[in-house]
Design a protein around this ligand. Structure first.
Ligand code: SF4
Length: 423
């Protein structure tokens, strides 16, 4: 048994918040996690270190802790030195550590329907078992994820902490902008009240400038990934989604994307990975986080490279510190997955063209209405444009909802079809 497995086996039976809050356990976890994995990219190691440090600070309650739902704008939190904690990311981590089956059983016991998103069910059960750092406040946004407001209402009652719900209109437009930017202004005052801190122009400017610098770096990364010699695989690239969840406006996000851009530029220059893969694919939605070999199988065995992912797309314009609430509003409303399915489809087509991809795989996570709801529309529209499409049913957190044999058969047929098309 390696030191990581030993650590996990000792820990998993006794996991609780007190243990996870212990500085000794945190240092050991940091040492083991960062040593255990052989990181192909320094940027991935920096990302893992950032996630571990953020979690450790939240457990130690060094600053106020805000639980945030996916896609909540983090810039205001980082401006106030509030630590964001994303329960969905914690569920992904629980799946990676092999803890999700037990948590999902617990969620069912306490009354969470199996029909719901397993990211949410796992987070609810983790809360019941008091695994996570306790929040000072909860922040949920209604856009894209219809389950998040419900989960956060439950969490707010469970922890007896205040909840701010951002009600995002389903489509952009002048009225929507006004409605949302008024709420963001209200949110800023709410955060000041609950954190006891003042949101000065200087703090806001700093967080916005970091967010904009990270955006620039991410654009550089995305541009470099168009090169066929780019050494970054889809399975690795999906990890950077964490930065969209809790890293917008955080200083480490800028460094991580800058490191990645350097590493990709070097990899391309040295051409140590030229001509990888016979087919170029776009990946939509997330991936299974528990132990599985789906993406390595696709990319290594079938030689179909995921050259870009929907979650790494920079779709928003730069933020303007002089008009903070309007520009944050525009960032939120510019998400292509918001509003009619046509927007998501057009963006998927654009990505396929930009990355010269002949196919799109949509990992259809069980219970995610916003993503799975538009699958038929995506298939029809992409096929009409000559882009092959596969919706792969599965679950990011619940391994029992993902028969690997079936999934492999489906991607093999998909790749065969791509093969025939190129003949
Ligand atoms: S997978 Fe879908 S339902 Fe689940 S948390 Fe993400 S957006 Fe919400």
């Amino acid at each position: 048994m390696d030191v990581f497995s030993l650590f996990m086996s000792r820990l998993s039976g006794n996991l609780n918040r007190r243990l996870l809050s212990s500085p000794q356990v945190q240092s050991l976890a940091r040492l083991i996690f960062l040593r255990k994995n052989e990181f192909k990219f320094k940027a991935l190691k920096e990302l893992a270190a950032m996630a571990l440090d953020q979690a450790a600070r939240a457990y130690r309650r060094e600053e106020p802790v805000a639980w945030t739902s996916a896609f909540f704008p983090d810039e205001l939190l980082h401006a106030l030195n509030i630590i964001p904690f994303a329960p969905e990311a914690a569920s992904g981590m629980a799946a990676a550590l092999g803890l999700s089956p037990g948590l999902l059983n617990k969620a069912e016991e306490i009354g969470f329907s199996k029909d719901g998103c397993s990211f949410h069910r796992c987070a609810a059960a983790g809360t019941e078992q008091d695994l996570f750092p306790r929040p000072d406040m909860l922040l949920a946004s209604s856009h894209l994820c219809d389950g998040a407001p419900q989960l956060f209402q439950y969490l707010s009652r469970r922890y007896n902490r205040p909840l701010f719900l951002l009600d995002v209109p389903a489509a952009p437009g002048e009225a929507a902008e006004q409605y949302l930017s008024d709420q963001l202004k209200e949110l800023a005052a709410w955060l000041e009240r609950h954190s006891g801190r003042k949101l000065t122009g200087e703090r806001l400017e700093k967080a916005f400038s970091r967010s904009n610098r990270a955006r620039e770096m991410q654009l550089q990364v995305n541009e470099l990934r168009r090169d066929p010699a780019s050494p970054l695989d889809g399975g690795e690239a999906l990890a950077f989604f964490y930065l969209l969840l809790v890293g917008q406006g955080h200083p480490d996000t800028v460094h991580i994307y800058a490191t990645l851009a350097r590493e990709l530029a070097e990899g391309i220059k040295n051409s140590w990975s030229r001509d990888r893969g016979r087919f170029r694919l776009i990946w939509m939605q997330l991936k299974p986080y528990y132990r599985n070999d789906l993406l390595p199988y696709l990319e290594n065995e079938l030689q179909a490279r995921v050259v870009f992912e929907e979650v790494n797309d920079v779709f928003w314009p730069p933020l303007d510190p002089d008009r903070p609430y309007v520009s944050l509003t525009r960032k939120i409303l510019s998400n292509p997955a918001l509003g009619p399915g046509r927007r998501r489809l057009e963006r998927a087509k654009w990505l396929a063209q930009r990355y010269n991809a002949g196919g799109v795989i949509h990992y259809s996570h069980w219970g995610c209405r916003q993503a799975v709801g538009s699958v038929y529309y995506l298939k029809e529209g992409l096929n009409q444009s000559g882009i092959s499409f596969l919706s792969l049913d599965g679950d990011c957190v619940d391994p029992s909802n993902f028969p690997p044999g079936q999934a492999k058969t489906r991607i093999e047929s998909f790749v065969e079809m791509l093969d025939q098309r190129t003949v």
